[in-house]
Design a protein around this ligand. Structure first.
Ligand code: NAI
Length: 306
């Protein structure tokens, strides 16, 4: 009987087959980078139209890489792209690809229930060794992991990429209290195989980067609201005085003001260790811009016009 309760020490998982859920901005970037670095990848989305859009993002991004690499030969450019695309499959069926997945990366819509439903159904079909990850920016990883069986919870972590994925070097590997240390090591090694620079952090609101950046951008807005400087001067100051490539208002427009508001409001309401704190108190200007549909670069106007 004792044997039944003995579990072998967790072994490292060889990662070959990767399944990425969501073929949007982030998912398509993750698929591209994985395929470029010799992983077999399946990209899953709700409809063929969505998948086409994702493939389009990948094609045009690879096109840019290919043009630089093989400036004189269009044939070689096409060969380069075709060779990478041989490793990319697509599917509108979420279940079948999970049956042979070593690693699942979820990058679907930022909705806790939608994500939990997906993870719970994948858990039922994926092999025991499959590692589950989410690219969520704002949801606690533990809340998502809970939707799976206890054996999976120890193989469930955050894998937080940055936009645009092919260019941004960082990946935050997010650890819940339950995750197996070997799984975390496997994920760190996976990031290195993608030629990214992984960092490890705990499952707290905003992980590292957003935990520091969001309050900084919110304080920039409040500074302007207090009449202390203009957005333009704040941006110039942070670029030339702190060496940042973009000022906080340019960055907020780039991230999307609706996303900024969604994250900050969520933290102000119920962020662990953050709820009700001045650090994340709402900004009137941000609320008004979002209400007016001025969402930043993607809508043509935010703090600046594009
Ligand atoms: P997006 O809206 O560009 O793409 C989401 C895709 O998921 C869409 O194509 C949608 O059709 C698909 N989808 C929705 N439900 C699905 C389901 N049940 N099964 C399969 N596919 C489904 O969103 P984006 O920006 O790529 O964000 C995805 C995730 O990445 C979110 O969790 C977000 O928090 C996170 N993230 C976003 C960053 C950003 O800068 N946009 C940065 C880092 C993380």
């Amino acid at each position: 009987a004792a044997l039944l309760h003995t579990t072998a020490p967790a072994a490292s998982t060889p990662i070959k087959n990767v399944v990425v859920y969501g073929s949007g901005l982030m998912g398509s970037g993750i698929v591209q980078v994985a395929a470029q670095n010799n992983f077999q990848v399946t990209m899953v989305d709700l409809s063929p139209e969505m998948l086409n859009k994702g493939q389009g993002y990948i094609q045009s991004s690879l096109q840019r890489v290919a043009r630089k690499k093989f400036a004189d030969s269009e044939t070689q450019q096409q060969q380069f792209i075709d060779e990478i695309m041989t490793r990319v499959k697509t599917s509108t069926d979420p279940m079948a690809p999970a049956e042979s997945a070593d690693l699942v990366i979820e990058a679907i819509v930022e909705n806790v229930q939608t994500k939990r439903n997906l993870f719970s159904s994948l858990d039922a079909v994926a092999p025991r060794h499959t590692i589950f990850t989410s690219n969520t920016s704002s949801l606690p990883i533990a809340r998502l992991a809970e939707a799976t069986a206890p054996e999976r919870v120890s193989r469930f972590a955050g894998l937080h990429f940055f936009n645009p994925v092919p260019q941004m070097k960082l990946v935050e590997v997010v650890q819940t209290p339950q995750v197996d240390a070997v799984v975390v090591d496997d994920l760190v090694n996976f990031c290195l195989a993608l030629k990214k620079s992984p960092v490890r952090c705990k499952d707290t609101p905003g992980f590292i980067v957003n935990r520091l950046l969001v309050p900084y951008m919110m304080e920039a807005m409040r500074l302007v609201e207090r009449g202390e400087a203009t957005p333009e001067d704040v941006d110039t100051a942070m670029k030339l005085g702190a060496g940042y490539p973009m000022g906080p208002f340019q960055l907020a427009d780039y991230v999307g003001l609706d996303t900024m508001k969604f994250i900050n409001d969520g933290w102000f309401k119920e962020g662990e260790g953050l709820a009700g704190k001045e650090l994340v108190s709402p900004s009137k200007t941000l609320d008004e811009l979002v209400k007016a549909g001025k969402l930043g670069r993607k809508s043509g106007e935010g703090f600046y016009k594009y």
